[in-house]
Design a protein around this ligand. Structure first.
Ligand code: GLN
Length: 540
């Protein structure tokens, strides 16, 4: 048995990044969980940032926020959605965290007398972090996805730590999955295996023999390609799996199961085999693939060129859609294009059934979003605002309904005459930007009789995750309420957590300071997204 009886599955990637390791990791987890095992998942990110919070969404995609306020890699979102578990900031290990800890220990004198080196000090730190989370969370199996591509300089200490864990945990207690790309040439239509072979050589050169290879490829893996990959990777053919392009990521666990991936895992890890129960999941996949009707939803934001920036929102809409039998067709609207009059709001929004005002930071695109919001409010189009979306909806209401000319957020215009959105009091003295926002799960006290209260089934307190520095300025709240804005949820400290318009005045006009999308799961969609999509689909 491995230490404390825990098994470790390491997932590495070859050929290029974004090949789909995150989905393979999440799918592996779901298959094991559906056999009755308690599974967790860790993402390793070999960059020097301590967390993903300080990275531009264009670089990195969405920052996924955990219950405990971790600003983590978006793969944790996939793990939470597939595994239906809450992970913590400890489930995302970065080079920055590891080196910070090692250097702090060195300064404290913990390594007194020694030369502090990558091996063993950095690798020991990595291993102890992995084991610590596994033990603390009492999992049977811990998945460890190593970000980046085999061969990257940055990833080497992590791969070395994984190799050492293979030795230390003993036979049958670790399993290595390598996910690599087999492209299909557009000229000849051939499926090429050489890139996969090379990435496996690279892995073996550093002492890791994979136990399974998952081949990402545009079309099903041909037998000849499977045979070649197996031979050159020193593996039997039934350890090579086809992960070809399919309609939805949620189908990947089913695709792997069909090929006996879960059986190989149980055999190699000496786990007892239990028939996976995936009936509800299969049902969900069917619903995603065959919606009864489709609705067009405008997605108004400023990182629309990299859709990964809004990953959890897109997935939350899919979950709610599957529940309702609706397929959301997303129409991406770049807020800066509205500002520059590159698109005409009326043309763009008149034939959508709903719109989401997406979260964001900074000035760019804000006026474009406000213009869109005015149109959506005045034309009775179902509108959902998330975080910055709420703040901009408040600004629009202050300017155009409450008569506060020039109302703004101090994030956008520090000299505004009406700072209806201002820094949270606790933020005013903070000078550093890493990990200092209002983060993680906080209670929302729902006001009876409001739409949000109904959506959450009459609950008086619900917890959703936050990531913001600014808030609705308490000095303006009474005036906004007088003019007809409904504050439908409050924080513990009396901050505005949700706003809406009366259903008498608007089909659906609701915004939250929190990000309910982070807690949406395939089989447990977020009540807010459900309410929004239901409203968007109800009127045609
Ligand atoms: N920029 C806003 C704030 O810091 C909103 C953040 C967000 O949308 N996540 O409060």
């Amino acid at each position: 048995m491995g230490s404390k009886g825990i098994k470790y599955i390491f997932i590495t990637g070859g050929v290029l990044s974004s090949v789909g390791k995150g989905i393979v990791t999440a799918s592996t987890g779901l298959l094991l969980k559906s056999m009755g095992y308690n599974v967790g998942a860790i993402k390793i990110d070999p960059y020097i940032n301590v967390d993903a919070g300080t990275m531009n969404p264009f670089m990195h995609g969405e920052v996924f926020v955990t219950e405990d306020g971790g600003e983590t890699d978006l793969d944790l979102g996939h793990y939470e959605r597939f595994l239906d578990v809450n992970l913590s900031k400890k489930h995302n290990i970065t080079t920055g965290q590891v080196y910070k800890a090692v250097i702090e220990k060195e300064r404290r004198g913990d390594y007194l007398g020694q030369t502090v080196q990558v091996i063993p000090h950095v690798t020991n730190e990595i291993k102890s972090r992995i084991r610590e989370v596994a033990i603390e969370t009492q999992v049977d199996i811990m998945l460890v996805e190593i970000g980046g591509t085999v061969g990257d300089i940055e990833g080497l200490p992590f791969l070395e730590a994984a190799r050492q864990m293979m030795l230390e945990e003993g036979p049958g207690n670790t399993f290595f999955v390598h996910v690599a790309l087999a492209p299909v040439l557009s000229t000849t239509g051939e499926q090429k295996t050489k890139p996969v072979q090379h990435s496996v050589y690279e892995l073996r050169r550093i002492g890791i023999q994979p136990d399974a290879i998952v081949v990402r490829t545009p079309r099903p893996l041909e037998e000849e390609a499977r045979r070649k990959i197996a031979l050159y990777s020193n593996l039997p053919e039934d350890a090579v799996f086809s992960d070809h392009d399919i309609e939805t990521i949620y189908e990947v666990p089913l695709l792997l199961k069909k090929q006996g991936y879960h059986i190989l895992l149980t055999k190699k890890l000496n786990l007892s085999y239990r028939e996976p129960d995936l009936s509800e999941w299969e049902n969900f996949v069917e619903k995603i693939k065959k919606p009864r009707k489709r609705v067009k939803i405008a997605m108004i934001g400023k990182y629309t060129k990299l859709k990964d920036s809004y990953m959890s929102i897109i997935e939350a809409l899919k979950h709610a859609g599957a529940w309702l039998g609706i397929g959301p067709d997303l129409l991406w609207i770049e807020a800066t294009d509205i500002e520059r009059n590159k698109i005409d709001i009326e043309d763009a929004l008149l034939n959508v059934q709903g719109a989401v005002i997406l979260p964001g930071f900074g000035k760019r695109g804000a006026e474009g979003k406000i213009k869109a919001i005015k149109f959506l409010r005045e034309n009775n189009i179902p509108t959902l605002g998330i975080c910055y979306g709420l703040q901009l909806m408040v600004i629009e209401f202050a300017r155009n309904v409450s008569g506060l000319k020039g109302a703004n957020s101090t994030e956008i215009d520090p000299t505004t005459p009406h700072p209806v959105i201002d820094l949270l009091p606790e933020q005013k003295s903070i000078k550093t930007l890493g990990g200092t926002m209002r983060l993680g799960a906080r209670p929302l006290h729902l006001v009876p009789g409001t739409t949000i209260h109904k959506l959450y089934g009459g609950a008086s307190i619900v917890y959703e995750r936050h990531r913001h520095r600014y808030e609705v300025n308490p000095k303006y709240v009474n005036l906004l309420i007088e003019k007809g804005l409904i504050v439908s949820a409050w924080s513990e400290e009396g901050l505005v957590e949700a706003i809406e318009l009366s259903p008498k005045d608007h089909k659906f006009y609701l915004a939250t300071q929190a990000h309910p999308e982070f807690k949406s799961r395939p089989l447990k969609p977020s009540p807010i997204y459900l309410g929004f999509l239901r409203a968007a689909s109800a009127f045609f």
